[in-house]
Design a binder for this molecule. Sequence first.
Ligand code: ADE
Length: 251
Amino acid sequence: MSGRTPDSVGEKESGPWHATLLTLMPEMFPGTLGHSLAGRALEKGIWSLDTVQIRDFATDRHRTVDDTPFGGGAGMVMRPDVLDRALASVEDRQGPVLYMSPRGRVLDQGFAKELADGPGVTILCGRYEGVDQRVLDARSVVEVSIGDYILSGGELAATVLMDTVVRLLPGVMGNQESASEESFETGLLEYPIYTRPAEWEGRDVPEVLQSGHHARIREWRQARAEELTRQRRPDLWQAWLDQQKITKQGH
Ligand code: ADE
């Protein structure tokens, strides 16, 4: 038994990080995840992915997976019995079972790290108006949102989640430093970056970045990161100030 609870992400086991996608559109995967960084990691066997066609678990002649909502209302709802059979068919279930939904816990970098530290995920991708609540309750499914907007289905949201997690797996990103200075890693948005040419359309790259003076460059970057965060994301800025206060009190 895995002892899985709604909030746990499971213990790390041997083998690659594994994602199982339950979907009505398995042909959507790996999609963009078969390219670039995630695609190379997939080829290298750092992570693996398989899909389950939910429709294969319908039992009637028409292979029905949905029905009208009790109480009335628009759209169709995915049936709990069909979804549960699809879920039960996943023998090597790794980590938590997630359901991509705008009602869920919002995905952020911290949650992505938790998932990357675990053995993998099983993700239920809904279509239509949603899925019957009982299967979510009965199987301790964790609802996850990728933001406050509505997509037409969970597949794209699942792709976003996997992309975010996979790039954090050991061996996926060549230069580990490039992860540690990114937006959200430090608690601040990332400072602006520049490359050649040093002058473009009358716009110069800030002098300090061309000075070779590492301490001054570090200071400049820190100041710009703070300024950007204060201007654009008051929520992150407040959290960062609070964190600074705690760190200072601790010393
Ligand atoms: N399905 C539809 N909209 C979604 C969202 N914002 N996040 C996750 N899953 C979704």
